[in-house]
Design a binder for this molecule. Structure first.
Ligand code: PEP
Ligand code: MN
Length: 338
């Protein structure tokens, strides 16, 4: 649509698309609204749409992913999360910062981490209430009790909450308690979960699968958008390679590749991306330098006694330093951390 298109013109185009038996996806942007069309097998007869008031042009998208593609929406999507401390944005010039423990272990532990995260200047708190663990004997998370603790963190500290849903059942609860729903690496191709998250009313942070190609990653995000959820933040968290001195190999080269193909923001998780505490700060610097739209970092007040991912968790003081350095590097690029 052109930048002066009215609400009525946008609505009329959506109705026209529906009358053709197709699904319209009006995606607002900074300058103008793009309307993606899905549900077609083959080319859409665009002449009848192109002549409508407010329409600039109809662009056929040849890529397998459509709604996530820059062909549909050329300008960056900025996902904004409202918190009591102000809005945190991912995308465009804004680099969003998230810190917190791998898992919520207790009220005391979550509050200690939250205190440090807030003191570092971050306004979003991560922490898993449902943990996808390799071993069934490892700590699985506190479940709804963990979500209640996260809600208390929000009311006590004003921080926004990001937490993972591992299946449709936990997603119902996570959607109620969280500000952002995390879909973990192991669930990147859990298509029924993606469809459910696509119908959720909260933004989704989608992690890249352990061995997912770029196309598979973007197609997973396409599931979310195709169900009507356009508030999606992608997350590179390392992939599995032959390199065995780190837990995963952080693929920073995927950042510009995603940004070239997609309007969605992409953040970097240097904690799972390396698995080693001493590599989190250098890789965070590199992530901001390469143009990541945010950082998701594991922070624990007592990492040696953490119930999960202690070896890659940094101390609150180290997180403060990380936020400070990330801010300096962002400034070089004309970006701001928030
Ligand atoms: C996590 O964020 O703690 C987590 C389980 O991440 P991933 O899904 O990337 O392994
Ligand atoms: Mn973890």
């Amino acid at each position: 649509m052109n930048s002066h298109a009215t609400e009525e013109e946008i609505r009329a185009v959506c109705e026209k698309i529906e009358s053709l038996g197709l699904k319209p996806h009006p995606i607002p942007g900074a300058g103008r609204t793009a309307i993606g069309i899905t549900g077609n097998n083959g080319e859409v007869n665009s002449a009848s749409i192109e002549s409508m008031p407010g329409v600039i042009e109809c662009i056929p998208v040849s890529k397998p992913f459509k709604l996530v593609s820059r062909d549909v929406k050329p300008d960056d999507t900025v996902v904004g999360i409202q918190t009591a401390l102000g809005e945190v944005r991912f995308g465009g010039k804004d680099v969003g910062i998230v810190g917190g423990p791998c898992a919520v272990e207790s009220r005391e532990q979550a509050f200690a981490a939250a205190k440090g995260v807030k003191a570092a200047g971050a306004r979003l708190f991560r922490g898993g209430a449902y943990k996808p663990r390799t071993s069934p004997y490892s700590f699985q998370g506190l479940g709804e009790e963990g979500l209640r603790i996260l809600a208390d963190v929000r009311s006590e500290f004003g921080l926004g909450i990001i937490t993972e849903a591992v299946d449709n059942e936990s997603l119902d609860l996570v959607e109620r308690y969280a500000d952002v729903i995390q879909i973990g690496a192991r669930n990147m191709q859990n298509f029924s979960l993606l469809k459910r998250a696509g119908r959720a009313r909260k933004p989704v942070l989608l992690k890249r699968g352990l061995s997912a190609t770029l196309d598979e990653f973007l197609m997973a995000a396409e599931y979310l958008l195709s169900e009507g959820n356009y508030q999606v933040i992608l997350c590179e968290r390392g992939v599995r390679t032959f390199s065995d001195f780190t837990r995963n190999t952080l693929d920073l080269s995927v950042i510009p590749a995603v940004q070239r193909r997609s309007h969605l923001p992409i953040v970097v998780d240097p904690s799972h991306g390396t698995g080693r505490r001493n590599k989190v700060l250098p890789l965070s610097r590199a992530a901001v330098a390469v143009g990541a739209n945010g950082l998701l970092v594991e922070v624990h007040h007592d990492p040696d006694h953490a119930l999960s991912d202690g070896p890659q968790s940094i101390l609150p003081e180290e997180f403060s330093e990380l936020v400070r350095e990330a801010g300096q590097i962002a400034a070089v690029l004309g970006r701001v951390i928030n």
